[in-house]
Design a protein around this ligand. Structure first.
Ligand code: ATP
Length: 290
């Protein structure tokens, strides 16, 4: 059974089209990253998925049920983007409280260990670092032993080390065959931690597949030549332009056309053409859509 089925979901805030006709399924056991720039519609999609925002059009099914029924059955755990921690409570207080709410919770010691919080059980929330606070939210999301974990930009504002610790905890949980859906701005996070990447832009899914297939979705290449005084962005195929060490580095969705145009403009000095990484593919995808 699919963990998530979204069909033709749309949402508007007044005149702003936040989500447009999004249809997708997530199979049970998949770890899926939802990648997209600011305002792409990630949070709005996740809020509708969780049943916290009624879709303008379309339907959401979680494990074949409505979001409300799946949540009531304890099958869904979520880490929303914003969300306070009850002041003056300790890590242990919050987990004990939630432990008693769910039908089939995991032992508190297991939630603490999975989120690497065992040594902080008596710490009050005001004294937690940013990374520790996020790991507590993660423990709160997973103590109900949910089959589906939904995380909205869980590592925003964390430093590199805290992010690594956080992802190690998520991977421990995913290895138990759970479904995880997370949103992020960080390509490397999506690449390193997800089986599949969805790219959202302006409310639509513009790519869906493995990191490799996202790269192949547009045959993006990096074309570079010695930098000259020229507006490279007007050349055909060029989705992005950067200056690096005296070179013009062009991300191109049609490297043949770009190279031909460079030749015609007399700009072909010390040409290099290379396959591009996920970052360039993503940039090109969102630019091509624009
Ligand atoms: N409460 C709101 N009222 C009005 N417009 C909103 C509201 N929330 C979001 N929007 C708009 O809807 C669009 C989608 O926003 P959303 O927060 O879903 O995107 P996002 O991909 O999660 O962005 P971010 O990465 O910045 O969190 C944006 O244009 C945003 O400005």
């Amino acid at each position: 059974m699919n963990a998530v089925e979204l069909e033709k979901l749309s949402y508007r805030y007044g005149n702003v089209r936040a989500v447009e006709d999004v249809s997708l399924t997530v199979a049970a056991g998949e770890v899926v990253a939802m990648l997209g720039p600011n305002g792409a519609g990630k949070s709005t999609t996740l809020l509708m998925l969780l049943g916290l925002l009624p879709p303008a059009t379309g339907t959401v099914r979680l494990f074949g049920s409505s979001p409300a029924a799946a949540c009531a059955a304890g099958r869904v755990g979520a880490m929303p983007q914003a969300g306070g921690l009850l002041p003056r409570s300790t890590v242990g207080d919050l987990l004990r409280f939630l432990h008693d709410v769910y039908p089939d919770p995991m032992p508190i010691a297991e939630a603490l260990a999975t989120a690497d919080l065992t040594d902080l059980v008596d710490r009050t929330v005001e004294k937690l670092s940013g990374g520790q606070g996020q790991r507590l939210r993660f423990a709160m999301a997973l103590i109900g032993r949910p089959d589906l974990l939904v995380l909205d930009e869980p590592t925003a504002a964390l430093d590199v080390e805290a992010r690594q610790e956080f992802w190690a905890a998520i991977r421990r949980y995913a290895r138990q065959g759970r479904t995880v859906l997370f949103s992020t701005h960080y390509l490397e996070e999506a690449d390193a931690n997800a089986d599949r990447i969805l790219v959202l832009d302006r409310g639509r899914v513009i790519a869906d597949g493995t990191a490799d297939s996202v790269k192949r979705r547009v045959s993006v290449r990096t074309v570079s030549v010695v930098l000259q005084n020229f507006d490279y962005s007007v050349l055909p195929g060029v989705a992005a332009f950067a200056q690096q060490g005296g070179r013009a580095v062009l991300t191109s969705t049609d490297s043949d056309a770009t190279v031909l145009a460079l030749a015609e403009a007399g700009l072909l000095r010390d040409l290099e053409v290379a396959g591009a990484g996920l970052e360039e593919a993503y940039l090109a995808l969102t630019r091509v859509e624009a």
